[in-house]
Ligand binder design. Structure first.
Ligand SMILES: NC(=O)C1=CN([C@@H]2O[C@H](COP(=O)(O)OP(=O)(O)OC[C@H]3O[C@@H](n4cnc5c(N)ncnc54)[C@H](O)[C@@H]3O)[C@@H](O)[C@H]2O)C=CC1
Ligand SMILES: O=C([O-])CC(=O)C(=O)O
Length: 329
């Protein structure tokens, strides 16, 4: 292993997602067995002791790919020179809460972290936001980091994407690897639009294979869009291992590229594609290459899809206006 370590920051590192994410990052799930990783872990002061315990466990794994770990409560120190920042730390949603309730509480966190990244991150930094409300938190961080190109910010809708693949595989009896070109449009919230009209099952159009519009409307879309709430109801706390897994999938594909003939869903700054208001952090189907993404263009959008894509854009515009009103962007 002769490569220089890649510096990866994780915020909220002592939390539930962190407890799954750190071990997979350290064991090479993101960058493979030949690239050492230096973990830079941010927590709030009262959680640092718990984080020390997690670091003891990381040590105890003796991962060959883990070059070092630094922990702290100051983003200006922890983000220094980072190549990838995974912003996970936020206040999670409890039973009965909607993501909008979290805008204000989390706004302050992502303002400060955006500024710190702007000041001290590496020139090639990429920033993935998992903490909810993820799209709007990414918008806040991006707006507060004016020197970092805006296309370096993304919010996580990969968990929704993976959930949609899993549901479609179960419905059709296909393997998850036979399912390609899934699309999640819009917000990582209950208004998101998981779209199988462009997806493929074994090379055939997924909607035609399913041939059941009632299932798409009344089962598939709500199951995917409300999966987070279903997990909270069942587990008493929000998705953690699956969210960590999706955070790694998203970062890996962003850095290493999507395979030919497939795409992934990422919430990125809208350039107006598909009639989405410019500047919103909106989930699109994207292809990636060498750390850059491109929105998949030219997909035909029927009236059913149009209405759903517009509804989730409207929710994101409301969130943007709310954080603007709070002076966060
Ligand atoms: N985008 C997605 O698909 C998903 C997003 N999430 C979101 O991820 C976030 C984290 O979830 P969990 O790990 O389950 O929550 P958790 O409550 O177990 O951990 C969050 C951690 O963040 C820390 N934290 C709070 N403020 C911080 C700050 N200013 N700087 C650094 N750390 C800070 C807390 O001390 C805590 O340890 C939540 O917002 C949750 O809603 C969860 C599942 C899926
Ligand atoms: O629903 C939540 O609050 C957690 C989450 O984002 C998800 O599981 O998709």
């Amino acid at each position: 292993m002769s490569n220089a370590p890649v510096k990866v920051a994780v915020t909220g590192a002592a939390g539930q997602i962190g407890y799954s994410l750190l071990f997979r990052l350290a064991s090479g799930s993101l960058l493979g067995p030949d690239t050492p990783i230096q973990l830079q872990l941010l927590e709030i002061t009262p959680a640092l002791k718990a984080l020390e315990g997690v670091v003891m466990e990381l040590d105890d794994c003796a991962f060959s790919t883990l070059a070092g770990v630094e922990i702290g409560d100051d983003p200006n120190t922890i983000f220094d020179g980072v190549n990838l920042a995974l912003l996970v730390g936020a206040r999670p949603r409890g039973p009965g809460m909607e993501r909008g309730d979290l805008l204000e509480a989390n706004g302050a966190i992502f303002t400060a972290q955006g500024r710190a990244l702007n000041a001290v991150a590496a020139d090639d930094v990429r920033v993935g936001v998992t903490g909810n409300p993820a799209n709007t938190n990414a918008l806040i961080a991006m707006t507060n980091a004016p020197d970092i190109p805006s296309e370096r910010f993304s919010a996580l809708t990969r968990l929704d994407h993976n959930r949609a693949i899993s549901q479609l595989a179960a419905k059709t009896g296909a393997k998850v690897t036979d399912i390609k070109k899934m699309s999640i449009w819009g917000n990582h919230s209950a208004t998101q639009y998981p779209d199988i009209f462009h997806a493929e099952v074994g090379g055939k159009n997924a909607a035609e294979v399913v041939d059941d519009q009632a299932w798409i409307e009344n089962d598939f879309i709500p199951t995917v869009a409300k999966r987070g709430a279903a997990i909270i109801d069942a587990r008493g706390s929000s998705s953690a291992a699956s969210a960590a897994s999706a955070t790694i999938d998203a970062a890996r594909d962003w850095l290493q590229g999507t395979p030919d003939g497939d795409w992934v869903s990422m919430a990125v700054k809208s350039d107006g594609s598909y009639g989405v208001p410019e500047g919103l952090i909106y989930s699109y189907p994207v292809t990636t290459k060498d750390g850059s993404w491109e929105i998949v263009q030219g997909l035909e959008i029927d009236d059913f899809s149009r209405a759903k894509m517009d509804a989730t854009a409207a929710e994101l515009a409301d969130e943007r206006d709310a954080v603007k009103g709070l002076g966060l962007i």
